[in-house]
Structures are given as structure tokens and as C-alpha cells.
Write a protein that binds this ligand. Sequence first.
Ligand code: PAF
Length: 286
Amino acid sequence: MQLCRTKAEMRALRARWPGPVVLVPTMGFLHAGHLSLMRMARERAGQGGQVVASIFVNPTQFGPGEDFASYPRDAERDLDLLRAEGVDAVFAPEPGEVYDPEAQTIVETTELAKTLIGKLRPGHFRGVATVVTKLFNIIRPDAAVFGEKDYQQLAVIRTMVRDLDMAVEILGAPIAREADGLAMSSRNVRLTAADRAAAPILSRALDEAETMAATGLTASRLRAHVRATLEAEPRAHVRSVDIRDAATLAPVSGGLARPAVILLAVSFGSVFLIDNRVIVPTPEEP
Ligand code: PAF
């Protein structure tokens, strides 16, 4: 496995690869969910292609007072896991290598960046879109894999790729969960023992919602039910519960006639967790 610390090293390595290149962008502190993305990347790349993982805790997607400094990091462990997974190369630059001090260009999906998590974390998706554009420009992948846990992030990236005619195929990978249902996240290690025990309330609320949606509840009643379930957990600070069109993220009202996504954002202490579930309504019997 090749390790590139600079853009020049990464570009030189990329230039030597004739076959498909598939990128998995990460912020490190890898878990089984990330490794499932590496496997999806390998499947897309084929044995003749190359899988590249990037590890970069991107400062521009964290707001003031967010957890940039305390975001978990363990570079050596990450490299061991990626080597064991058969990843071909890792791009792991320092922030000073990625951003020019004089930089003045940003990439922003103007509408999508302002809604949902964009409201809770202003500037977050601008930071994501800008760094992913830079990674695409440096690594020039044919395809890139992102987790569906970050549902809105995936929508932002697909929109950006469409709008800016980027020649990168975007693949979404299913959410990986712990045995008790908690969606895997690098942030989970920062939960206290009591918060870790309480956190599966997110997936339980989504399970319940999926069952209730099948009874034909309207979006607003379903949303109220999910919120009440989450609020019954005293350790959970509910930041947002939304039901949106699964394809466009437009607000949904009335009964669910098309696939919808339930999006949750909940804090436990200073740890911000998200989860989601796509609900596909069953067609009515003729
Ligand atoms: O999902 C993440 O880990 C990050 O937002 C990403 C896509 C690597 C950009 O920094």
C-alpha cells in the first residue's frame, strides 16, 4: 500500500494507473462501516483497478465550537486496517498541504447546503463540497464511495457532481450498524457509557417509524411520533427530525405516496449523531 502525504506524490502515483480508480474519502478513525465502503470500492474497481482511501479531518467543515480538535484520530491504526483490507493507496495530507493560505474559492450547493443539517451546522456542506472537489481534482477518480448514513452529504455530492459536470460516478453504501442498531460513526467512541447505552434510541425510533408508516400515517403524525420517542430518552437532545422526499429532500406533507427519508439529528452531551431510514410506501391493492 502506497502512502501519499503530498498532492504531488498523489498526482504522480495516479498518473501511473491506467485502470479504474475508486476513491473512498474519509476523516479517519475507521470502523467496520468504512471498511464496507472499501469493499464496495474494490468491487467497482475490479482486480485491475485501484482503490484509494483519503484520510483528512477537514477543518473547513467544522464550525466554531464544534468538535474539530476532539475528533478522534488514530493514523497508525487506520493505515493497518486499510493495508489489511487490500487498499492500494492512501492520501493522508496535513491541512497545510490541502489549503493554500490565500485560498478564496469555495464550492457550495446553494439550496441543499442551507437546509436540514445545514441549518444546524452553517457552512458544513460548503466545507464538504469544497474538500471533496479538491480530492476529486487531486486524485481524479472514476468513481467515489460515500456512506448513506450521511444522507444529506450524499445528496450534496451528487448535486455538485451533476451541476459541475464532474466525471465521477458516485456510489452510496448502506449504513453499517452495531449489534444494538446504533449506526456506526467515528464519533461513537466519544459517547459516555450512559450515552452509548441510550444512543440506540435513534435506530429504535426509525424501526418503529417504519412499522407505523406501513399503517398509512401522514408525514406530520409520523414525525411527531418519532420526536416523542426520542424525547422520551432523557439523555437525548433532539436537534431535528425531518421527513423529506428521498430523491430531492423536498419537504413532504400528507400521506407518503413516494419514497421518503426520515432524517434524525440528536446530540448526547457534545456528541452529534445522525441516522436515517428510507421508507418506501407499499402500493395499494387494486
Ligand atoms: O463523510 C466524511 O467523512 C467527510 O465529510 C468527507 C466526505 C470525507 C469530507 O471531509
